[in-house]
Design a protein around this ligand. Structure first.
Ligand SMILES: Nc1ncnc2c1ncn2[C@@H]1O[C@H](COP(=O)(O)OP(=O)(O)OP(=O)(O)O)[C@@H](O)[C@H]1O
Ligand SMILES: [Mg+2]
Length: 575
């Protein structure tokens, strides 16, 4: 009895179609692969056209190096690539492609036309239907390549059914083009959809210009530059000023060595860089370019090359967090009062620092004559010879002074909240704060949920200086209190703190310590409506200047705004 073998080697067409399942999901993935090839070929202009969301047609034209006839045929075969020869070549591979799969995979599920010329005028046109080359002819064309993909998934109806509405597919494809355009600001990209121009960028743009041409000057105006290097890793790009972040609609784009990639952990690390400077729930726009040469990253871990694997993930995440933190720490991140003018500027940190410099040294905060309103940070004291220009308090809430070409306005509560928050975090993570033992302990009545909140946070309260014990019924007795500044009202602060903790305000903070510190800082800080003397104002500004994230309070609101002289002159008709 003869038995037919149950196992058979798949035909190349079937194998290609299976591979296509991983690589080609929708028109946007076709766009991605073809744009990658164009960029790998050294194109200066990449033109993408769609019809009917890419169902009917996806066409990518480039002015890159093109292919010879033989190469054009080879390119359509599986595992044919000009980009690597050996497995070792994958280490630090600089091209977008390397698998030799994209063209055959796309060709196996469409009617594809490949027109290419490596030499001006000497081109070839190949027609491929479902992976089979049906026709090859000469084509006189410019150097470069045009790939036209028609009838995507015409021979795999089940997959064609998964295509979404034309608008949705167009949007996904536009996102792909945007991403590459962001990654390669010097290259010109165009995208048309049913003859409508959706994206048009110029060649040779700076990253800032490119952001503006892709997303408009408004978004560009809310970003601050990131520039950070640790060992072999460089992190560059842009992050949004905390006050401009919104709960929805942000952009989040990551690139490694020029290649877009997805990584929720790296993104989270970037957000962690905003810690305590952003309103909980707001999601900032983040565009980061990581450069890590050598074997620090493996790009061959995902069929569509959308993910990468870092050898030292933790190192990369830490560096990204630090990079963002550093960028936001610059006072340049502070909001300006000019709105809608499209242009932005912050307080130049040097200008402010210079304005605050004077020849005598700052009195030590522990010396008896030193104003003690703001807890000393060692850096603040070390900051040499500060000088304060004339300060003016208005509405008992804002501190005004002149700095460089601007009037700078500081919100005293927000600024103090920021300063205290950082001090409290140091206390909570370190040895705690000094407390003042009360000769006469006081008792305080609480609502039941406030009692629970105090009980739940007793250990943290102790560390900042509140020694609290139950006193029967709805009361607590307070034996010691912190003394963060002379205007501090310990009882009122504890009462408000208990209420906030019970209500779960500041719920957006992921970390319990940070949540507690933010709540306490908010309640302990001097309030608006409190008159300050000049020394106190000066101290506050100096402390703020040495804070890690001086430009924002713990709610993400600005601590500082500036009114540029230009703007005054404009309003008074001097310009
Ligand atoms: N637009 C183009 N211009 C010049 N050469 C091209 C172009 N598109 C493809 N090629 C050539 O065809 C080969 C096969 O392309 P294909 O996209 O299938 O594989 P790959 O880019 O090498 O790897 P991957 O599957 O990871 O994309 C490339 O290696 C390249 O030599
Ligand atoms: Mg490719």
């Amino acid at each position: 009895m003869t038995q037919t073998s149950r196992i058979a080697v798949l035909s190349p067409q079937v194998a290609d179609q299976i591979a296509a399942g991983e690589v080609v999901e929708r028109p946007a993935s076709v766009v991605k692969e073809l744009v990658e090839n164009a960029l790998d070929a050294g194109a200066q202009h990449v033109e993408v056209a769609l019809e009917d969301g890419g169902r009917t047609l996806v066409r990518v034209t480039d002015d890159g190096e093109g292919m010879t006839r033989e190469d054009a045929r080879l390119a359509l075969e599986r595992h044919a690539t000009s980009k690597i020869r050996r497995v070792e070549d994958l280490i630090g591979v600089a091209t977008f492609g390397f698998r030799g799969e994209a063209l055959p995979a796309i060709a196996s599920v469409s009617r594809l036309e490949l027109e290419t010329a490596a030499t001006e005028g000497q081109g070839v046109r190949l027609r491929v239907v479902g992976g089979r080359v049906e026709k090859a002819e000469e084509a006189a064309r410019r150097r470069g390549t045009t790939v036209t993909v028609r009838g995507l998934f015409f021979n795999t109806p089940a997959r064609r059914k998964f295509l979404r509405a034309a608008r949705t597919e167009t949007r996904a494809a536009a996102e792909v083009v945007t991403l590459f355009a962001m990654g390669c600001p010097d290259i010109r990209f165009t995208l048309t959809s049913d003859d409508r121009r959706l994206i048009e960028t110029r060649a040779g743009e700076t990253p800032e210009d490119r952001i503006a041409s892709l997303w408009g000057p408004k978004l560009a105006g809310t970003l601050v530059p990131v520039e950070h290097r640790v060992g072999p890793l460089e992190v560059r790009g842009f992050v949004q000023r905390p006050a401009d972040a919104q709960p929805a609609g942000r952009k989040a784009h990551l690139f490694i060595n020029g290649r877009p990639f997805r990584d929720p952990f790296v993104l989270r690390a970037a957000e962690a860089g905003y810690r305590s400077a952003i309103h909980p729930g707001d999601r900032p726009t983040v565009i980061l370019f990581l450069d890590l040469p050598g074997d620090g990253v493996d790009v061959n871990v995902h069929p569509a090359k959308l993910e990468v694997r870092f050898r030292d993930k933790f190192f990369v995440e830490k560096a990204v967090e630090q990079a963002v933190r550093e960028a936001l720490g610059e006072l340049v991140a502070a909001a300006t009062v000019v709105s809608g003018s499209g242009e932005w500027g912050g307080v130049p940190p040097d200008a402010l620092a210079a304005a605050l410099r004077r020849s005598e040294p700052l009195p030590s905060p522990h010396s008896p004559d030193a104003p003690d309103l703001f807890p000393a940070s060692p850096e603040a004291v070390a900051a040499a010879a500060p000088h304060v220009p004339d300060l003016l308090q208005v509405f008992d809430t804002y501190i005004l002074f002149e700095s460089g070409p601007s009037v700078v306005i500081v919100d005293q509560h927000s600024a103090h909240e920021r300063v205290l928050y950082e001090t409290i975090m140091r206390q909570l993570e370190g040895d705690g704060a000094s407390a003042q033992r009360l000769l006469l302990p006081f008792t305080m009545d609480c609502a039941p949920d406030e009692l629970d909140a105090i009980e739940a946070h007793r250990e943290l309260l102790t560390r900042v200086g509140y020694e609290v014990a139950p006193f029967g019924g709805r009361s607590v007795v307070v034996h010691s209190v912190p003394n963060p500044h002379p205007r501090f009202d310990a009882q009122r602060c504890l009462q408000e703190l208990a209420a906030d903790l019970a209500k779960g305000r500041f719920g957006g903070f992921a970390n319990r310590l940070e949540r507690f510190a933010a709540t306490y800082a908010c309640r302990a800080a001097i309030k608006g409506g409190q008159q300050l003397d000049p020394e106190e104002m000066r101290e506050l500004l100096l402390r703020l200047l040495t804070a890690e994230l001086p430009a924002h309070d713990v709610h993400g609101r600005p601590t500082i705004v500036q009114l540029p002289k230009d703007e005054l002159e404009r309003r008074f008709g001097r310009r």
